[in-house]
Design a protein around this ligand. Structure first.
Ligand code: NAD
Length: 521
């Protein structure tokens, strides 16, 4: 968490204790301007390197992280208040795997591809696409996974041959600076990665800078501002925004497994995951058993200091987040929600701790069922039919992930087909951001574009189409030399060549030959 000392510094603090960790300068628009200039200067040489060379550097950075695992885990949990185990599993371990994947496979995923031209190939034509680096990429990242989120995008961008300006969250500047330090230590050339810590003003300057793409992860409200700022230069954006992710528990689900999943999916990272389970719909036939188990499992969670390896839930990362959670839970209670456990700050611990909370007797008129909470709260509703569950799950402005819990996989797939989300998981939840092979991104207000996977790489490349005509000594029939005969050839062409029928297309051959014989100039 951070305290602002207007105008030039931010103070990094441990949200679990209130202890000051460091004072960091806020990057100015001029700092951003210079960083972008450095990144452009470094781009040509970096883009020219072979994938294997870039991959070696990524793997060297990976080894550097492994050699300093505890140090990186520590800075991550100290600045966020998340449990040490989660700093390791969700931030650092996820990144180590991602680095291996992109170091090994980026070249293969971005191999040139031939385009099937059908009948044009008979005319000696062929086409292929190349994927080339774009240039400078601006990355603006949040505090909830301060290591994993920017690192994923940095690694993808660098592997392709792009250079990067990264603006980490004002709540986690030390983790952001650590990312820069890692790459510097392994010899990444000057200017290829530029970390500029700062606040919203620094991010706004980057969104307006002359970069080729903005990768933004954060709230819907800021995402909208970023998109508008980037539009000034027609800079395309990828926006990874908030969620209100539903979990549907069918009557044939393994109740114990689903209850464990609900508790982990709702409370991991103190609920501050864009893909946290924020709404749970359970078939009323199993609701009593399921809810009893959820409450029992929640009551077993140990909330405590982030540094302890047996802490399950740490503190929230920011005071603002604590206030949002308090407001939404308070509103639900006033409107008649039943608090099955939790429901308040954890005052024994100090810091920004909120107790893991399970609520029932809620409906879609409550803010807790409509707005992103981003805290350790699991509101539960029951349903009678599959259709009702799907209608409730889709009744949201968000669409990041959704999950269906059932032992009947065919049913799961049938329901998945009707759910509105960027990722739908059957008997899984929340975690696929950690799978570098799979695309990540939302529908509706949860975002624009994708990150991770080959589709995420596609957001970071310039697509170059190369077209070849092997008939180097002939002029095309549609070139100048317009005449009555050419017109008739083209009428013939319109009837035959463009027809969906292969038989008709074959009938175009005489017209093609006639067209070739026409005089061109
Ligand atoms: P935020 O929108 O407050 O800030 C995100 C980043 O934007 C920060 O670096 C901030 O300094 C910067 N910023 C602020 N104002 C800006 C402006 N005007 N122009 C440019 N940049 C600006 O979000 P947050 O509180 O850091 O993160 C929490 C949100 O992020 C939640 O809504 C969560 O769901 C979302 N999130 C989404 C994903 C995803 O993959 N979809 C992942 C993690 C977090």
């Amino acid at each position: 968490m951070i305290q602002m000392l207007w105008p030039s510094t931010i103070i990094s603090m441990n949200p679990a204790t209130g202890e000051t960790l460091a004072e960091v300068p806020i990057g100015t628009p001029e700092d951003i301007h210079q960083a972008v200039a450095r990144a452009w200067a470094a781009f040509p040489a970096w883009a020219e390197r072979r994938y294997a060379e870039r991959g070696r550097l990524i793997l060297a950075a990976r080894q550097y992280i492994l050699d300093r695992l505890e140090e990186i885990v520590e800075v991550t949990y100290t600045e966020t208040g998340k449990p040490r185990t989660e700093a390791l599993s969700s931030d650092v371990m996820a990144v180590l795997d991602l680095m291996t994947y992109y170091a090994k496979y980026t070249e293969k995923l971005l191999r040139s591809e031939r385009i099937w031209l059908g009948k044009y190939s008979i005319m000696g034509r062929s086409s292929y696409v190349n994927y080339k680096p774009l240039g400078v990429i601006g990355i603006i990242s949040p505090w909830n996974f301060p290591f994993a989120i920017p690192m994923g995008e940095v690694v993808m961008a660098l592997m392709i041959g792009n250079t990067v300006v990264l603006k980490p969250s004002e709540y986690t500047p030390l983790v952001g600076l650590k990312i820069g330090e890692i790459f510097q230590a392994v010899g990444l050339p000057e200017g290829v990665l530029n970390v500029v810590p700062g606040d919203g003003t620094t991010g706004a300057a980057l969104a307006e800078a002359k970069v080729k793409k903005i990768f933004f992860t954060g709230s819907v409200a800021t995402g909208r501002k970023v998109m508008m700022a980037a539009a000034k230069n027609l800079t395309p954006v990828v926006l990874e925004l908030g969620g209100k992710d539903p979990m549907i528990v069918c009557r044939d689900a393994d109740v114990d497994v689903a209850a464990s999943a609900a508790v982990w999916g709702a409370f991991a990272n103190a609920g501050q995951i864009c893909a946290s389970i924020e709404r749970c719909y359970v078939d009323q036939a199993i609701a009593d058993e399921f809810i009893t188990k959820v409450v029992e499992k929640t009551q077993r969670l140990r909330q405590g200091p982030p540094e302890r390896v047996d802490t399950d839930i740490g503190s929230l990362s920011t005071e603002r987040q604590l206030q949002v959670v308090e407001e939404q839970v308070g509103d639900a209670i006033v409107r008649g929600a039943t608090v099955l456990c939790g429901g308040d700050r954890n005052r024994e611990l100090g810091g920004y701790y909120f107790q893991p909370t399970v609520l029932t007797d809620v409906d879609h008129s409550f803010s807790i069922m409509r707005e992103e909470t981003f805290g350790p709260v699991l509101p539960l509703m029951t349903f009678k039919t599959e259709e009702e569950a799907i209608r409730l799950a889709n009744d949201s402005p968000y669409g990041l992930t959704a999950s269906v819990w059932t032992t009947d996989i065919a049913r799961g797939k049938r329901m998945a087909a009707q759910l509105q989300a960027g990722t739908i998981m059957i008997n899984e939840c929340t975690y696929t951001h950690a799978l570098p092979q799979t695309p990540w991104g939302g529908v509706k207000q949860s975002g624009v574009g994708r990150t991770h996977s080959k589709w995420g790489l596609m957001e970071l490349v310039e697509l170059e189409h190369v077209h070849v005509n092997r008939m180097a000594r002939t002029k095309d029939p549609w070139w100048y030399g317009y005449s009555r005969q050419l017109y008739e050839v083209l009428v013939d062409f319109s009837r035959t060549f463009t027809s969906p029928s292969w038989v008709d297309q074959l009938k175009a051959i005489p017209a093609v030959l006639r067209g070739q014989r026409l005089k061109k100039y």
